[in-house]
Design a protein around this ligand. Structure first.
Ligand SMILES: [Zn+2]
Length: 409
């Protein structure tokens, strides 16, 4: 009788022990059958997976004490699949991947722990991979060679990956920190007393704050969960594009409100146009193929055009009030700077600068997408400064009748 046969005997003894367990505990028996099947298939797998035999031997040494421990602990780990076929499949796949990607020493250490712990540790011990090893749905930027996350079909794994270094680390943190910063600014602004900031002004600026927070938050979420699966990745990429649309729409609202504060009709017309354009951009970005790599220029074009549509009310304002008033009272300079930052970001994003010039050299840091993210945050802060200035002027000027006397003629 071989060593493994001895082990089977111990499993049989274990089955006998388990017959004393309450009827509500069928999982114990199921796990034993799963283990047995696994060892039966181990010999055939050993040919395919180098090093599996050694792992098996170490696991067998500890199996009796492990079972005793389980008895004390109660029933299996919550994540243990109840379907034997699922269990077998998971063990095979994880060991194949794990043994390929991990060094044997690490695995040997892991092997001294219960089988489920081993599976869990190997499963969690993913390592970054080359672009060519990614599934097609994860292949986005072929100028980034190394450091990609493999598919991680678990939300917890994706969240944990935020704290590891890979091609998306910079993308996640740039917008996550930006989102937190804008939440803090919004809380400070909204919580000010209504004598300092009247409620109507709080309402006017809130769409901008919400737009930035949603855009940055959804973007960070997209970059965190994009590797979960093709389905989840697509949903989050659509949310990411919706966030950009909300940001552009939200940025227009306070500027149009303060710019045309005393001309209600153009204000309402422009606000309506912006909302309609925002809805249209959102519909386009919900199109299934919109997130595909080949439509990168189209994405940049849609959002840039939408953003640049702000030129029309800006020209209108300048014609009505003159260039100097536009600069002093409508923060035109800040508006232009914001536009320049967005356009620069869109160009860098589209042409994938600098990694297209030095493929493989900006895999982790300073890649085009990170620069684009930083420029988006810079543009949002510039716009915040601009509309805060407009708000301050409006508060100091007062009623519309006084405004004409204040303006530069
Ligand atoms: Zn992004």
């Amino acid at each position: 009788m071989s060593d493994s046969d001895d082990t089977y005997d111990s499993f049989d003894e274990r089955d006998a022990l388990c017959s004393f367990l309450p009827q509500g505990d069928p999982i114990v028996g199921l796990r034993q059958r799963n283990r047995r099947k696994f060892w039966e298939e181990c010999d055939s797998l050993a040919a395919e997976i180098p090093g599996l035999k050694e792992v098996k031997e170490i696991l067998e040494e500890d199996v009796i004490s492990e079972l005793e421990e389980e008895e004390r602990a109660g029933c299996p780990l919550p994540s243990t699949p109840e379907d034997p076929a699922l269990f077998e499949q998971e063990v095979k796949e994880v060991l194949k991947v794990g043994l390929r990607d991990l060094d044997l020493g690490t695995l040997m250490n892991c092997a001294r722990e219960p089988a489920e712990e081993l599976v869990r540790k190997v499963w969690e011990s993913w390592s970054v991979c080359h672009f060519h090893h990614l599934p097609r749905w994860l292949q986005d930027n072929d100028y980034l060679h190394h450091g990609h996350r493999p598919p991680l079909p678990s939300f917890m794994q994706c969240i944990k990956s935020i704290f590891r270094i890979h091609t998306e680390t910079g993308n996640i943190w740039t917008h996550l920190l930006g989102c937190i910063a804008f939440i803090a600014v919004m809380v400070v602004f909204v919580s000010r007393s209504s004598e300092v900031v009247p409620i109507s002004h709080k309402i006017a600026l809130t769409p901008f704050f919400l737009g930035v927070i949603l855009c940055l938050g959804l973007s960070a979420a997209f970059h965190a969960f994009s590797c979960h699966s093709e389905f989840v990745g697509k949903i989050f990429s659509k949310l990411d594009y919706c966030g950009i649309t909300i940001l552009i729409t939200g940025s227009f609202v306070p500027w149009l409100y303060y710019g045309f504060y005393c001309q209600i009709q153009p204000m309402i017309i422009y606000l309506t146009i912006v909302v309609v354009l925002g809805i249209m951009a959102m519909i386009v970005s919900l199109w299934d193929k919109f997130s595909e790599s080949r439509f990168r220029p189209l994405r940049a074009a849609v959002f840039t055009t939408f953003g640049l549509s702000g030129v029309i009310p800006a020209i209108h304002y300048t014609i009505l009030e003159g260039w100097l008033n536009a600069v002093y009272f409508a923060s035109l300079g800040w508006l232009i700077l914001m536009g320049v930052l967005y356009i620069l970001g869109a160009l860098i994003y589209t042409f994938r600068i600098p990694e297209c010039l030095f493929p493989g050299k900006f895999d982790i840091w300073f890649q085009s997408h990170q620069i684009f993210h930083v420029l988006v945050i810079a543009a949002a802060f510039v716009h915040l400064h601009g509309i805060t200035e407009m708000f301050t002027y409006r508060m100091s000027i007062g009623a519309c009748a006084v405004q004409s006397a204040t303006f530069i003629t």
